[in-house]
Design a protein around this ligand. Structure first.
Ligand SMILES: NC(=O)c1ccc[n+]([C@@H]2O[C@H](COP(=O)([O-])OP(=O)(O)OC[C@H]3O[C@@H](n4cnc5c(N)ncnc54)[C@H](OP(=O)(O)O)[C@@H]3O)[C@@H](O)[C@H]2O)c1
Length: 278
């Protein structure tokens, strides 16, 4: 069922850190509708300030017990083991509390680019591998979460995350202008790991506002879901109208052939890929 391949992003669907004055009611209504329609994956973080709104939506939808919560945390590559433990348990404990969740599915750990003081470590494969290993072992040992996934900002980070056995899945921004994770997708699928495609519409920039029908308007989402190695696409919607279009688009992904043809074109492009959509 392709609706299960949608993951609800929570950064901006309701009032929170990014949009403190936003009217939360339409986003909460859309979130509850999504759960009623069968969406079962939610990506959130305490620092977005929207987990209480996500809980409100979950309660409005009748408290379904099988929601899989992915919890994001970003840490500097060079933080100590003690800081890693504290940061991970703080994020998981507050998420469980905010979401009223008995069980959290996965911690999605990524590198905090700004807070990594030793910049050389951001491109040091050994340091990155050790970082993912340390985070995964800490999270897996704390008993609050089932899995640890590695979030990657770059191919080097994804390579390091996948080299770590304790990392059970991968996540990265993946859309038709940030298509680099495609190079890894077959490998990720072959290793039996899930891949979460973050921001399939590139924060709304890939919505085709000139299109006259929803399938064309959200072609970018259909493109992301057209790749069989994409387990789920983490999308934000703040209204029932946007949700209805997303549910429809998710049930009509592009064909694998269309996606692979587009990717061949992307890989062969003679210029920097920049912001040019496929
Ligand atoms: N480093 C990380 O881990 C990281 C980075 C970025 C994002 N994320 C996660 O990924 C989630 C999704 O990312 P995102 O919000 O940046 O990008 P996105 O889901 O690709 O795009 C969201 C934007 O698309 C708009 N949209 C959705 N459906 C639409 C429709 N039918 N018509 C017109 N516009 C539509 C939304 O508008 P409305 O809100 O008005 O509906 C919103 O502005 C976030 O919530 C967050 O959980 C994680």
């Amino acid at each position: 069922m392709t609706i299960r391949r949608l993951c609800l992003g929570t950064s901006t669907f309701a009032a929170g850190r990014q949009h403190p004055d936003k009217d939360s009611a339409p986003g909460i209504a859309a979130f509850a509708d999504a759960l009623r329609a069968g969406v079962r994956m939610v990506h959130s973080a305490p620092k977005y300030g929207t987990q209480p709104a996500a809980r409100q939506a979950w309660e409005a939808a009748g408290c379904p017990t099988d929601v899989m919560h992915l919890i994001k945390v970003e840490l500097a590559v060079d933080v100590s083991m003690a800081q890693t433990k504290t940061a991970i348990s703080d994020v998981l404990e507050s998420s469980a509390r905010n979401l009223r969740a008995d069980r959290l599915h996965a911690l999605v750990v990524g590198v905090d680019l700004r807070r990594t003081a030793d910049r050389a470590r951001l491109v040091d494969y050994g340091a990155l591998t050790a970082f993912y290993e340390r985070c995964a072992e800490t999270a897996n040992a704390c008993g609050l979460v089932d899995y640890t996934f590695g979030y990657a900002h770059s191919p080097g980070q994804l390579t390091a995350a996948l080299a770590t056995d304790a990392i059970a899945g991968a996540a990265a921004q993946y859309n038709s202008t940030e298509a680099w994770p495609a190079v890894f997708l077959d490998r990720i699928a072959a290793s039996g790991r899930p891949f979460i495609a973050i921001a399939p519409l590139r924060r709304g920039r890939l919505v085709d506002h000139d299109a006259t029908d929803a399938h064309s308007r959200l072609r970018a989402l259909r493109w992301v879901l057209g790749h069989p190695a994409v387990t789920a696409a983490a999308l934000t919607v703040s209204s029932r109208a946007h949700l209805a279009e997303a549910l429809d688009a998710a049930q009509h992904p592009l064909t694998v052939q269309q996606v692979r043809d587009d990717l061949r074109y992307w890989l062969a492009a003679p210029v920097a890929h920049g912001n040019r959509p496929i």
